[in-house]
Design a binder for this molecule. Structure first.
Ligand code: C2E
Ligand code: MG
Ligand code: MG
Length: 433
């Protein structure tokens, strides 16, 4: 990881010469010297085609007569560009948000969408996020491998050769800011391509029937979640360990007993485990899945409904299955404070979860506005880049000291801080040492 990233390079696209010039000036006034402007989407695509690594950020207007922003985003998504994107528009916020989501589904790194007129403060926030992304990203500067180019044999080899590693993303309590858990997120340390993200191999692993073996490595492998949980526990830090499981695992009736044995062997209480489930297929195979989920709950393993609100995870499932946690999908979290449509979905969801006494996690808390909104709305746990990115286990200690410095100012309720149990504070101190 770079400690001193190179200065960001920005490409601004807008058909309106005045707006374009204004935007370029705003960037320069924030100290971004390398700003290139382009009045047409097509021209911008040519520049990117010639050198996909030329820019770190593209700021694109949505309304352009030649090629509109949506079309531009579609082409950009199929190019080798791996930098970030910000969409700008004078349109209704919902159009802007939908455009942002479309860009996200084209696997573009969207830093946000901005209503016109763009303010200096908004650009400052984008710049901070960009600098942060450039400093912490381990992704290659070019999309080297298309999502479908890993074969099942290669993934199987990765499982066998121990090339899969878990990263851990912190989960903190909104009320106190205390670290209460982590989500294990698998990465592939590819010998040629570097760090490969799950969206590039989980789908193929699922299609090839490899998910049970992959899950086994993630949970109980030599560098798996259980051993890590035990190591933290030995250091005095008891954290909830969340792990994603796919449907294939929830059709394996031996899984609950198997997991119980693995947890016992590792010396980890089943109650500290949380299995995250997302699947539309859960409805289809619901009887077997329900059987397994219920037995897991009887063994005190937590079960979380992941990506809630996306259509895969619905109210019906919430009613039918014994979930002990609800994770609001990040597409409903970031920016909900300024988006009435998102709020109309999120607030009743929080209310229902409260009535069902199911704790909620807001996933995708990306900035202080998201933090304050969900904290005030009564959501229990925060997970997102604002708190911390997924990181190797060894980095949690350093993250925790930075977080401890930051969290004080995020809690208006000072008394809450005093309620933080001393045990975990001591544990953290030992992990950091
Ligand atoms: P998920 O379980 O919903 O995990 C959360 C994803 O959101 C992670 O992506 C995480 O890096 C990302 N994320 C967290 N905070 C933020 C934020 O503030 N902003 C944004 N834009 N993103 C944020 P990741 O690690 O790429 O994982 C993607 C998906 O891959 C996971 O979604 C999960 O469905 C799947 N996955 C990851 N590891 C495993 C695994 O071990 N087993 C299975 N079955 N699936 C896995
Ligand atoms: Mg998850
Ligand atoms: Mg999720």
């Amino acid at each position: 990881m770079n400690s001193q990233p190179a200065p960001p390079r920005v490409l601004a696209i807008d058909d309106e010469p005045f707006q374009l010039e204004l935007l370029a000036r705003q960037w320069r006034s924030l100290g971004v010297a390398d700003v290139q402007t382009c009045s047409k989407g097509r021209g911008a695509l040519e520049l990117i085609g010639a050198d996909p690594t030329r820019f770190d950020l593209i700021c694109c207007d949505l309304q352009m007569p030649d090629m509109d922003g949506i079309e531009f985003v579609r082409h950009l998504g199929s190019s080798a560009y791996a930098g970030k994107l910000v969409l700008i528009s004078g349109e209704d916020l919902r159009i802007l948000n939908t455009a942002e989501r479309l860009a996200g589904s084209h696997k573009l790194g969207v830093l946000g969408s901005l209503p016109k007129p763009v303010t200096r403060e908004q650009l400052q926030a984008v710049l901070a996020a960009l600098v942060d992304a450039l400093a912490s990203t381990a992704r290659p500067a070019v999309k080297t491998v298309a999502a479908s180019s890993y074969g099942s044999a290669e993934i199987e080899r990765a499982i066998v050769e121990g090339e899969l590693v878990n990263f851990y993303q912190p989960q903190v309590e909104f009320m106190t800011g205390q670290l209460v858990g982590v989500e294990a997120l698998v990465r592939w340390q590819h010998p040629r391509d570097g760090l490969v993200y799950p969206d590039q191999f989980i789908g193929i692993a699922e299609e090839s029937g490899l998910m049970n073996r992959l899950t086994q490595v993630v949970i109980a492998g030599p560098r798996g979640a259980l051993r890590q949980a035990r190591a933290w526990q030995d250091a005095g830090l008891t954290l909830q360990m969340s792990v994603n499981v796919s449907m294939e695992t929830l059709t394996d009736c031996d899984f609950p007993d198997h997991l119980e044995r693995e947890a016992a062997a590792a010396g980890v209480a089943p109650s500290t485990l949380m299995l995250e489930v997302t699947e539309s297929r859960m409805m289809k195979d619901s009887l077997v899945a329900l059987d397994i989920l219920t037995r897991l709950r009887l063994k005190r393993v937590g079960v979380s409904i992941d990506d809630f609100g996306t259509g895969h995870s619905t109210f019906t499932q919430l009613h039918e299955a014994p979930f002990s946690e609800l994770k609001i999908d990040r597409s409903f979290v970031h920016g909900a404070w300024r988006d009435p449509a998102l709020r109309a979905i999120v607030l009743p969801t929080l209310d229902i979860a409260r009535r069902l006494r199911i704790p909620t996690v807001a996933e995708g808390v990306e900035d202080a506005d998201d933090w304050h909104f969900f904290r005030l709305a009564g959501c229990e746990i925060a997970q997102g880049y604002f708190v911390g990115r997924p990181m190797p286990a060894a980095a949690i200690g350093v993250w925790a000291s930075t977080w401890n410095e930051r969290r004080g100012e995020l809690l208006d309720d000072c008394v809450a801080l005093m309620r933080v149990p001393q045990a975990n504070q001591d544990g953290l101190a030992r992990v950091q040492a």
